[in-house]
Design a protein around this ligand. Structure first.
Ligand code: FPP
Length: 238
């Protein structure tokens, strides 16, 4: 580990919270909050490019979100489809690779198709990554990794004594992606909500009261400035 870690995080993860409250405060339907939230996501993706952040992972739909009213779930799914269609041009223009973590099979067929198409079309871009967490839960991710590791141990291809934290990391959804350096949560809630539990072990946390639809480039720049002032010790005393 270098003594002078970069002041710009390589990987930023975001819990995009507060869309519903933003809409409610205006007397608007919750979906309007999600639509404005999609605009924030576009703005933050651009800001990542401008500030040199290579990986952006966003919690777009958790494995728990399926219990929301049917209309909200289907509204979010169709917003996701629209987002992918509208965003595709800009992903190519900025050479951003689209990836996902979560249970792809839970998503409606049309959303899966659109996701697969855009992920395949952008798979060759090596430098900038947008990772959508969809039907994602961290405990499920870690459990699936344990299951795979146990299968290998049972088959005799992996010695249980040789299992390290690197072994577990290699069995998570995207083993090539570095851990987040910075985790942002909007709307002031002090919770992790089953998001990237393994990967955020050493991430710096930044919680802002700003609701996600109001979180744009200036708010992102403020989070990066805050991060730049942190002293990361990774368990050391320096
Ligand atoms: C949390 O706000 C947000 C979500 C559950 C969905 C996040 C989705 C977007 C930002 C839409 C754009 C993204 C894509 C990829 C379509 P909340 O509804 O829990 O807000 P509340 O806590 O104020 O009710």
């Amino acid at each position: 580990m270098s003594d002078e870690p970069s002041k710009v995080p390589q990987h930023v993860a975001v819990i995009m919270d507060g869309n519903g409250r933003w809409a409610k405060a205006r007397g608007w339907p919750r979906l309007k909050g999600h639509q404005e939230g999609a605009k924030s996501l576009r703005a933050i993706l651009r800001a990542c490019r401008d500030h040199g952040v290579k990986y952006l992972t966003v919690y777009a739909f958790s494995s728990e979100n399926w219990i929301r009213p049917k209309a909200e779930v289907s509204g979010l799914m169709s917003l996701l489809k629209t987002f992918l269609r509208k965003q595709e041009f800009e992903l190519h223009e900025n050479k951003v690779r689209l990836r996902m973590i979560g249970q792809m099979a839970d998503l409606p067929g049309a959303v899966q198709q659109e996701l697969q198409r855009v992920m395949a079309a952008t798979a060759h871009y090596p430098d900038h990554h947008l990772i959508l967490a969809l039907s994602y839960g961290s405990r499920a991710e870690i459990t699936a990794a344990c299951r795979q590791i146990a299968r290998k141990a049972k088959a005799g291809t992996l010695d249980p004594e040789k299992i390290t934290d690197a072994t577990v990391a290699q069995h998570l959804y995207l083993p090539d992606v570095p851990d987040p350096d910075l985790l942002i949560r909007t709307s002031g809630e002090m919770r992790i909500s089953n998001f990237l539990l393994w990967q955020i072990s050493y991430a710096e946390l930044y919680v802002t009261p700003v609701l996600w639809p109001d979180f744009r480039e200036p708010e992102f720049a403020a989070a990066l400035a805050d991060y730049a002032g942190r002293h990361r010790r990774f368990g050391d005393i320096k």
